[in-house]
Write a protein that binds this ligand. Structure first.
Ligand code: FES
Ligand SMILES: [Fe+2]
Length: 413
């Protein structure tokens, strides 16, 4: 066995390990079972069409389609008769028909027709194609992939309520607002990034040039707060005009991050929130749901180099102006937790990991995790993130995580 070198050189170092309790997505794994207690986005509403689509969520390959009556369905690809893929199926008014022997399945898996059987299938209703329930919400299709008896009420969020005539809700699925749709890395390393406010100062402002807003270069007072539903970070910056920018970011169990527009083009409570979609252990897609006036672009996206979008950069320029995609994918397909040197500024990341692992164990012991609601009459979930500008007239007690405001602002030494 090789020995680690006393002078720290690379020879003999170990390969490194990752923390499976944070990163596994498959059914039967502890974290995969936790994830299966929540609703997850499986695709944009327009991705469910009469042409079946192969999708992958939590390591499971599935078929997403929409029947001619408008109902979206999410089924196992292998037909329960003799296994042909429903990817080649034909969508009809009430479901999807297998191309091989014509069995027709509804979105809840029930077999509606067996054209080759006597009387078109006297026992057809007893055959069921494996299926998952879906819900559509503001342009996204969500799926629940856990046990039936633990299915929570589908959660809605108050920031999207009471939409005015001049407003709309759009879905943006750039990875990290400005990258490709899918990233070749584990979902947790993009998720925990939302509780890492220090990288905003370095990666997005000083290292790669200003990617969002120059005000983020002002050194903030930073604190983190643990909640029953997740973790928040609050960051206060004393602005040149004497006001304070009180920025609150939140992570909600298990895959939600609410990051108020980092270009600061939207002040007050956030107009958007995002879900990480764990495609499998090494692939992730991120969906942002954004509320906006109909006549404006969604929100400021990050700029790179001399003001270009992520897609306009050459390979060399991605090296020169790295952003979230490069930093997070750069950690590897699954980051090596065992090799990390967590420091004082990683407190928020540690809080997110600790809470997630606590919930993994609660589910393993038969309990229900935080943030699942079983009461149908429960109201929408209220989010707190935002860019709050605080002046002498602001009623501070009304602001979320106002405690940080008493901290010393702008005093990084
Ligand atoms: S394999 Fe699907 S109907 Fe026979
Ligand atoms: Fe970032």
């Amino acid at each position: 066995m090789t020995q680690l070198q006393d002078d720290g050189r690379a020879y003999g170092r170990e390969t490194g390990t990752h923390d499976a309790e944070l990163t596994q997505t498959a059914a039967g794994t502890p974290s995969g079972e936790l994830l299966r207690r929540y609703w997850h986005p499986v695709g944009r509403s327009e991705e469910a069409t009469e042409l079946p689509r192969e999708v992958r969520l939590l390591g499971e390959d599935l078929i997403l389609y929409r029947d001619r009556s408008g109902v979206a369905g999410l089924l196992e690809p292998r037909c329960c008769h003799r296994g042909t893929s429903l990817f080649f199926g034909g969508v009809e008014d009430e479901g999807i028909r297998c191309p091989y022997h014509g069995w027709l399945f509804a979105a809840d898996g029930v077999c509606l027709d067996q054209p080759c059987e006597p009387d078109r299938g006297r026992n057809k209703a007893s055959y069921r194609q494996p299926w998952y329930p879906v819900e559509e919400y503001n342009g996204l299709i969500f799926a629940y992939m856990g046990p039936a008896e633990k299915q929570p009420v589908f959660p809605r969020y108050d920031i999207f309520d009471d939409l005015g005539d001049e407003e709309e809700i759009v879905i943006i699925d750039h990875f990290a607002f400005g990258g490709p749709v899918e990233a070749p890395c584990n979902w947790f390393q993009t998720h925990e990034n939302a509780m890492d406010p220090y990288h905003v100062f370095i990666l997005h402002t000083t290292h790669s040039g200003v990617q969002f807003n120059p005000k983020l270069e002002i050194w903030p007072a930073i604190d983190w707060q643990l909640h029953p539903w997740g973790v928040t970070s609050s960051q206060d910056r004393l602005l040149p005009d004497g006001t304070t920018l009180h920025r609150v970011t939140e992570i909600r169990m298990p895959t939600i991050r609410v990051v108020a527009t980092p270009t600061l083009s939207i002040l007050g409570r956030t107009n958007n929130m995002s879900w990480a979609q764990p495609i499998d252990d090494t692939h992730t897609r991120v969906f942002a749901m954004v509320r906006k006036p109909k006549d404006t672009p969604p929100q400021g996206l990050p700029v790179y180099g001399d003001g270009r979008s992520w897609f306009e950069l050459s390979e060399e320029e991605h090296q020169l102006y790295p952003g979230d995609y490069e930093a997070q994918v750069g950690q590897g397909a699954i980051t090596l937790h065992g090799e990390e040197r967590l420091s004082s500024t990683d407190r928020g990341v540690s809080m997110v990991r600790r809470q997630f692992k606590e919930q993994v164990r609660i589910v393993a012991e038969g309990g229900d995790p935080v943030g699942v609601e079983f009461d149908e009459s429960a109201g929408p979930v209220s989010v707190v993130a935002g860019n709050y500008v605080v002046d002498a007239d602001t009623e501070r007690a009304d602001l979320p995580m106002a405690d940080t405001l008493s901290g010393e602002v702008g005093s990084h030494g």
